[in-house]
Design a protein around this ligand. Sequence first.
Ligand code: CTP
Ligand code: MG
Length: 170
Amino acid sequence: MDLLAMIAFLLPCYFANAAPVILGGGARMDFDIKLGDGGDLLGKTKTIRGFLGGVGIGIVVAGIISVLFPMLIFGDQKTLFLSGVLLSIGALVGDAVGSFIKRRMGIESGKPLILVDQLDFIAGALVFAYPVANSVYTLESIIFMVALTYVLHVISNAAANKVGLKKVPW
Ligand code: CTP
Ligand code: MG
């Protein structure tokens, strides 16, 4: 898989992960549940609207890519679309799992945790898409996708912070 194909493959999960910054807010995903350790289950910044908005935008992007480049990567439009859908759902689930881990470590919502902040969503995305996309999962391609995501995450969050979309640069 070349770089451009890889970016196109991952685009649904990148959009899914970014959309909640704009679309999020309102009711919490964790319904305000606290665990025995006194911490939030997920925290107040994980919202239902953010989750559904992120998945929805990811699915729209998956649709656009599979219409524009139906034969990309898998040579099968349905597989390409389905992989984008699963990447998007997995991204938001992975993001929530990352928050769960941070809360268990006593890290407040919005405070940084290196590696988890940058990679929770791509890990979730790749796991969820595995059933349909495993043909493109090699050790090299996974390392490359994770490294690419890390770099893009750092750059895009710094940019989002500069233009005022995010309060913090991570
Ligand atoms: N967001 C949301 N719903 C989600 C995920 C994210 O509304 N399910 C929004 C929130 O406004 C959140 C922003 O997107 O503040 C950025 O998400 P992220 O960086 O993942 O969350 P943090 O606020 O940093 O929280 P955490 O410490 O749990 O990572
Ligand atoms: Mg964060």
